[in-house]
Design a protein around this ligand. Structure first.
Ligand code: NAD
Ligand code: ZN
Length: 335
């Protein structure tokens, strides 16, 4: 667990060296239509069988897994095969899950092609799919053998997708490093140095606590509400990216942090302003917050005491395991 090697920079150089060192019976590349057209041509790799699924969170489902497993079978993948996940977090999460379960597990590597997947989704060994409109309900902790981070893939990414990835970088700053938060606020397309800094914050945390028993929970800041916002959007067919949902989730959880984790209220207001300038305002009506609470009640992180949050006590410091009742959460719609 969590023994992935990270390679930075020129993808072809590091990938070719890696593949020459290891021995695999067959290579498979998992793509969606966008990474097939925009990212696959960048790779100098032949003799790999392409497996394609449709892009988007709505396809992060067991149906797509069935089609991936069927292709692996059809093209005779054995247990020495390698699955190369070429794409954003959806490809990485779902490809990792399919690899970790196919024939009781084949090896896989991640080549993240979105900013979000580079700084967050590829790192830390969480794989999975959505189930019954609940985010990441089925999955495993299985690490890729290697992760290849090359900003070359960011050239074809829209500003909207760059901002979505930046939300997770801002989160890394908020929970662990104020200076990183400030540096990320200032750029749209981060360079490799800033990407590395963000990865190292996450990597350090997950190495300490791979199975999320303690400090890893701090990475869930913004995600209890964020996942509820994302699930509701999914149900309503609304177009909302993961990072956008997390940014709105962080705004709500900053408000909760003031009420229940001792975060300075002026500081929270300033951060909320910074986030709202980029990601817009979050709805605060009691009916909307109530529907988010309903979604939260199925969250994997809950315990018998209530809905579980990782909040901020100070800038750069998370406070984990804050259990709140629906009434306590609803207070943010009352102020
Ligand atoms: N496993 C984890 O720890 C973890 C952490 C954070 C997020 N996630 C998951 O990651 C997912 C979100 O990831 P995402 O934002 O990368 O979404 P995504 O994988 O859906 O990619 C977003 C879009 O960008 C396209 N795309 C990908 N690379 C491109 C490129 N280089 N150029 C042009 N288009 C490109 C994709 O085809 C897709 O349409 C969510 O499902 C979330 O739950 C997982
Ligand atoms: Zn996230």
């Amino acid at each position: 667990m969590n023994n992935s090697t990270l390679y930075y920079g020129n993808i072809n150089e590091s990938l070719i060296n890696f593949l020459q060192r290891e021995s695999y019976s067959k290579l498979f590349i998992l793509v969606d239509e966008n990474t097939l057209s925009d990212c696959y041509p960048i790779l100098n790799i032949d003799q790999a069988q392409i497996i394609q699924i449709e892009s988007g969170e709505k396809n992060k489902t067991i149906h797509s897994c069935q089609s991936i497993w069927a292709d692996l079978l059809k093209y005779k993948a054995d247990r020495q095969a390698l699955l190369i996940n070429l794409g954003g977090g959806v490809i990485g999460d779902m490809g990792g899950f399919c690899a970790s379960t196919f024939k009781r597990g084949i090896r896989f590597i991640n080549i993240p092609t979105t900013l979000l997947a580079m700084v967050d989704a590829s790192i830390g060994g969480k794989t999975g799919i959505d189930f019954m409109q609940q985010k990441n309900m089925i999955g495993s902790f299985t690490s890729p053998h290697a992760i290849f981070v090359d900003p070359i893939f960011l050239h074809t990414l829209s500003s909207r997708l760059l901002l979505s990835g930046k939300a997770e970088m801002l989160k890394h700053g908020l929970i662990a490093n104020e200076a990183h938060f400030k540096s990320c606020l200032e750029v749209l397309k981060p360079d490799l140095a800033l990407i590395k800094e963000s990865i190292s914050i996450k990597d350090k945390i997950v190495k300490h606590d791979p199975y999320e028993k303690g400090i890893r929970k701090s990475l869930n800041f913004g995600h209890t509400m964020g996942h509820a916002i994302e699930s509701l959007a999914l149900i309503e067919g609304e177009d909302l990216l993961h990072g956008e949902a997390v940014a709105l989730g962080m705004i709500l959880e900053l408000k909760l942090s003031v009420l229940y984790a001792g975060l300075d209220s002026q500081l929270a207001t300033n951060i909320i302003q910074d986030l709202s300038k980029i990601y817009g305002q979050v709805k605060l009506s009691p009916s909307y917050i109530t529907s988010l609470i309903d979604r939260c009640e199925n969250d994997k992180k809950n315990n018998s005491k209530g809905i579980n949050f990782s909040l901020l006590g100070q800038l750069g410091q998370a406070q984990n395991n804050v259990s709140l009742s629906p009434d306590e959460i609803l207070q943010i719609a009352m102020n």
